[in-house]
Design a protein. Structure first.
Lengths: 275, 66, 376
């Protein structure tokens, strides 16, 4: 059992959860709950939204206002929730396929609007729930059930995508740094007052991805992520060649004076009412 | 005297993935025959919480011993 | 003094929504319904409401559902292709029981089809467009006055039954301008969704009252609950238990079916001694009425039956009138959609004549007159 303030945020009757033994997604849920507990956000004012997939089963386990939407659409639902009730703290969790393939359009536009939502992309490089098909983050050459000869599609860099689309907080960690995940998530949740925060957490799926790519045990993946993570400050001193295959972790964007969408919409209301 | 810690593992939630065992810098934990993590050397625990934080199943609590 | 305006149908739909208490609109531009969102973008912020132009049609309905979950009366609007795109999330709103109103200003299809031309192409996609079964409530206004009043009613029904309700105008009705007398606030009914009467600890989010409709809490007002598109039990959590699935799957059909008589609306004209009846809706009914009135002057015993609710379809009423008349003519701006429901209701008791136009034009009164003369 986790510590009391974290346990309070769990619908314990549904535990143990659906995820495979050792699944990185559990590490992420744990970090999100520690962050929410530390920030002491009133439980009734927390909304956890998700799309469809392994990642998106998370809201069911969290005792808050939870919204399990349709595949790829979580951020669009969450946009409506936030506009209707800007006081809610929304943590929107999604997978790499969910968030950047079928939901890619909603993702970039939520970034552009800079709406006060914390989007956590749980990137395990695969469609896990449907049986291991290639996703937009499956590395080139890696094997998947729909890439039996190795993935041919180039991958998305989710953080660069978010930055380019206008997110005002962008950071990355891997599940091999659980404490760092928690710290980044806390900042990203607080950033909701300033706008859209994207946290990519590189997770793993040993069951569907690992099995086909010589990393079939949880620990193989955990060590892979640990060994290949490079802090941004160090990465800044490295060459592109040296960074090949590495995962750069840290904070990439943090615009302190960004203006959040629902706040800016309040100004629209003021203008309309004055007219 | 160095602080002592108690590691409580809720075996109903533990799926025996072994992440906590691998991450522990003091080798406090081992896998039981029932494929559950158990603290076998609790006195060696330094309270770093790495096992707790990494547990995907939220089965571990580390508390300072009274 | 009554406020009299000269409005476009799309504007009347938007203003009716606002009058019904709509405070959120999420949408995406599409001809011929775009004016609804343009008016909403102007009117909603004046009232402290919110408007968002989303990145696509799916985003439009998603944000609308989200805003409704957070407590606002919410609306989206579109036309054929956009409605096709929204179908998955229409299904979401049916299964998760989220009240929303969807305006569908119909145009020719399939696909991009005829963006600026009239059609009644969506009658069947309104009922069967999303996969799975559910009760359906869909209205077809035929005047600007009705655009306003029906949209108010659509919100009332959405809030009462906790599900999507469609306002199915067509390109002619959406873009036509005519006189409208704005009803005085207070002279018409406004329905708000049932709120839970129990404390959060005792709240079972999908436990229905005797009317098969569960009260609905809003995110943020103290009740913590789970919303999902998965088939769920009374607690709102996914289930694979046959008895729980059975209960939920049937309830979202039954809650509409059992109140069918409260919902079904239609309008008859010159039916007392009619031997020939034209059954038409939306813009076609305007031509039909003109044709019928002219032929009545010539002594032809012809009447008109206009379904105002396309769904639930007024099948009992059609069945009744089929016992009294010889011919039913069903002119539609599609290849024959509602006529299938008419034939089902008539069950061979009289002749049903299918008349269909899919060239983007409107049936003119002359056309309808000739159809009537063929059989009268």
């Amino acid at each position: 059992m986790p510590r009391e303030d974290v346990k309070k945020l769990l619908r314990t009757k549904f535990m143990p959860h659906i995820w495979c033994p050792g699944c990185g997604h559990g590490i992420i849920m744990h970090a999100i709950l520690r962050a929410l507990a530390d920030l002491k956000i009133p439980q009734d004012q927390i909304c956890i939204s998700s799309g469809i997939g392994c990642s998106s089963r998370m809201p069911g386990y969290i005792d808050a206002c939870t919204l399990h939407t349709a595949h790829g659409r979580s951020l669009a639902f969450a946009t409506g929730v936030k506009m209707a009730n800007p006081g809610l703290t929304i943590v929107n969790v999604m997978g790499d396929g969910d968030g950047t393939a079928i939901g890619g359009n909603h993702f970039i536009h939520a970034c552009r609007r800079n709406i006060g939502i914390t989007a956590v992309v749980m990137n395990n490089n695969i469609y896990g729930m449907t049986g291991g098909q290639a996703s937009p983050t499956t590395p080139e050459g890696a094997f998947a059930s729909t890439a039996p000869y190795g993935a041919v599609d180039p991958t998305f860099d989710i953080c660069k995508l978010a930055e380019g689309a206008g997110a005002t907080f962008v950071a990355r960690a891997t599940v091999a740094q659980p404490a760092m995940c928690e710290q980044i998530l806390k900042k990203a949740i607080l950033h909701q007052k300033k706008g859209f925060a994207v946290v990519e957490i590189v997770s793993f799926c040993h069951t569907q991805f690992g099995r086909k790519n010589k990393r079939s045990r949880p620990m193989d993946n955990f060590n892979f992520l640990k060994d290949n993570s490079v802090m941004k400050a160090k990465a800044d001193t490295m060459t592109a060649e040296e960074l090949k295959g590495k995962i750069i972790i840290g904070e990439f964007v943090n615009i302190e004076d960004a203006r959040e969408y629902t706040e800016r919409y309040d100004e629209v209301i003021a203008r309309a009412q004055k007219a | 005297m160095a602080k002592k810690f108690d590691i409580d593992i809720f075996s109903k939630w533990c799926k025996g993935c072994g992440l906590c065992i691998a991450i522990c810098p003091k080798k406090v934990l081992e896998l039981s025959e029932q494929v559950k993590s158990v603290p076998v050397r609790p006195d060696d625990c330094i309270g770093c919480h790495q096992c707790d934080n990494v547990c995907p199943d939220m089965a571990i609590t580390v508390k300072e011993r009274d | 003094m009554a406020q009299v305006e000269f409005w476009q149908g799309n504007k009347a739909i938007a203003m009716g929504a606002v009058a019904a208490g709509c405070r959120f609109f999420g949408g995406y531009p599409i001809t011929p319904s775009t004016e609804i969102m343009e008016v909403m973008s102007e009117e909603l912020p004046r009232l402290g409401g919110k408007f968002v132009q989303m990145e696509d049609e799916i985003g439009g309905i998603a944000a609308t559902i989200g805003a409704s979950i957070a407590g606002l009366k919410s609306m989206t609007g579109s036309s054929g292709p956009g409605i096709s795109l929204k179908q998955e999330l229409l299904g979401y709103a049916y299964i998760a029981e989220i009240p929303i109103v969807v305006a569908d200003v119909q145009r020719g299809g399939p696909s991009t089809g005829l963006p600026t031309k009239v059609s009644q192409a969506d009658v069947m996609q309104a009922k069967w467009g999303t996969h799975g079964d559910h009760g359906t409530i869909a209205y077809a206004p035929s005047s600007i006055q009705e655009c306003y009043e029906i949209t108010v009613k659509a919100f009332n029904m959405a809030e009462r039954f906790r599900q999507p309700v469609l306002v199915m105008a067509d390109e002619i009705i959406g873009h036509m301008r005519e006189k409208i007398v704005i009803p005085e606030p207070g002279t018409y009914e406004i329905v708000d969704r049932k709120k839970p009467t129990v404390c959060p600890e005792e709240f079972i989010p999908y436990k229905a009252d005797d009317d098969d409709i569960p009260p609905m809490a809003a995110f943020g007002d103290g009740y913590r609950w789970h919303v999902t598109g998965l088939t769920s039990n009374d607690w709102g959590f996914p289930t694979n238990e046959a008895d729980e699935i059975d209960k939920k799957a049937n309830r979202i059909i039954r809650k509409v079916d059992r109140f069918r008589d409260d919902i079904v609306e239609f309008k008859e004209e010159s039916m007392d001694d009619a031997e020939v009846v034209v059954v038409s809706y939306g813009s076609v009914s305007r031509s039909a009425l003109r044709a019928i009135r002219e032929l009545r002057l010539e002594g032809v015993k012809v009447g008109h039956f206009r379904p105002i609710t396309l769904w639930p379809f007024p099948d009992k009423e059609i069945a009744e009138l089929s016992k009294r008349v010889k011919h039913i003519i069903v002119p539609e701006l599609n290849a024959g959609q509602m006529v299938n429901e008419v034939e089902r209701a008539v069950a061979g008791r009289c002749e049903v004549h299918r008349k269909n136009l899919i060239n983007g034009e409107l049936y003119k009164p002359d056309h309808i007159m000739s159809f009537i003369k063929e059989v009268a």
